[in-house]
Write a protein that binds this ligand. Structure first.
Ligand SMILES: *Cc1c(COP(=O)(O)O)cnc(C)c1O
Length: 382
């Protein structure tokens, strides 16, 4: 072990999730694997080949930088789509390499036309519609000019997709807003169709919409969090559960995070453990030192509150999490030894610790927790 901990990526869990999602969306809808944020912390290099082995041939990322990472590992048969940031230089790179990208303003449209004209290679574009999320996207009022520009450059542009993004399909409290977005999207679609512009792919849904609003799946869905085994929200899970289509096995977590006991120590009653005085032993205790700290993504706010698994038992973090270590109370584990496996996230025997137990009693999303798993922890596909 070069690093002090490692992350396991479960091939069987990933394949199971894709089969589950495939069953949900049906055989006809294309499934784009969203691998932004280093594949939600799982590692682009691990997930892209796994996805391709599961029949996926479309990948979505936020930036050109991320597209390059996918480009390096993906099969040449797979499509790559950039949903967010691109500089002008990168735009040329994307066009030359057949990588498609969102267009949400006229600057990017004109630049794409210019490069396509110069290189003689058609730019593959997805027009993003502003339907109520109010991040990026063309407003409906811009359509006359947009359509005019697209029609006069039909030789330079390939209209690969018409897309939008929902503002919170993971919660029923946004139902009205989402329904309005669906309506608004259809209005965009009608406008293009009326002007004889047919998008190759109509795509609007991320995980939550694909699961909760079947009418949003259209030609393609952009699946992020759920392929990694997480529900977009508790509500999405419960809505499935209520329809009796779900049980706990429906999505399986792909990531586990593990390390081992570095050292053991006996502490006498009245002694403090770690920095300061936040934890005092009230009896003779056995403490295991774990070689992971806040520099490795184990938040300091888990001091005296976190839990890990050792020898199939859940044990509490005691004292403060330091930069590279934390301590756990193993008094009740009889034969604990240096080198014993420590599960920070994942399963051991019959117990498991979910990534959301890092939520520190706060409202951090799975999304955020996954995205901030340090990139330098080795990932191993098992
Ligand atoms: C991140 C993202 C997705 C994927 O969302 P999940 O909830 O993780 O499935 C889809 N579309 C866009 C535009 C995104 O930014």
């Amino acid at each position: 072990m070069n690093q002090t901990s490692y992350i396991e990526i479960s091939k069987s869990a990933y394949k199971h999730n894709i089969r589950y999602l495939r069953k949900k969306i049906g055989p006809e809808v294309r499934l784009s694997s969203v691998v932004k944020g280093n594949a939600y912390g799982h590692g682009v290099n691990n997930i892209v080949p796994l996805a391709e082995a599961s029949g996926i041939d479309h990948f979505s990322v936020f930036s050109a930088r991320e597209a390059l990472d996918v480009f390096r590992v993906a099969s040449s048969q797979s499509d790559i789509m950039i949903m967010g940031y691109l500089s002008d230089d990168q735009l040329a790179w994307a066009i030359e390499h057949g990588i498609s990208f969102y267009i949400f303003d006229f600057d990017r449209l004109e630049k794409a036309i210019e490069i396509a004209q110069k290189t003689g290679i058609r730019a593959k574009i997805h027009i993003e519609a502003e339907t109520g999320f109010h991040r990026t996207g063309f407003e409906y009022a811009k359509l006359p000019h947009l359509v005019k520009r697209m029609k006069s450059h039909e030789n330079h542009l390939s209209f690969e997709g018409l897309c939008t993004h929902y503002a919170g399909a993971e919660s029923i409290s946004n139902h009205y807003r989402v329904m309005n977005q669906i309506k608004e999207y259809r209005r965009f679609l009608r406008y293009f169709t009326k002007h004889s512009l047919q998008p190759g792919l109509r795509h609007t849904a991320g995980s939550a919409a694909a699961i909760s609003y079947p009418q949003t799946t259209m030609d393609m869905v952009r699946i992020g969090i759920s392929q990694y085994g997480y529900w977009p929200s508790q509500e999405t899970f419960i809505s499935q559960f209520r329809r009796k289509q779900a049980n706990n096995d429906d999505l399986k977590r792909v990531i586990s995070w593990k390390t081992e006991v570095m050292s053991l120590k006996e502490v006498d009653p009245g002694e403090f453990v770690g920095y300061g005085t936040s934890y005092m032993a009230n009896k003779k205790m056995k403490v295991a030192i774990v070689p992971v700290g806040y520099a490795n993504g184990f938040s300091r706010s888990l001091s005296n509150t976190g839990r890990v698994l050792i020898r199939g038992k859940r044990v509490p973090v005691i004292g403060t999490v330091t930069m590279n270590t934390f301590s756990v109370n193993v008094t009740d584990i009889p034969h604990v030894q240096k080198g014993d496996e420590v599960v920070i996230v994942g399963k051991q025997k019959r117990l498991s610790i979910s990534i959301s137990s890092f939520c520190e009693m706060s409202d951090l999303l799975n999304y955020q927790l996954l995205a901030r798993l340090p990139e330098n922890i080795p990932r191993i596909v098992v």
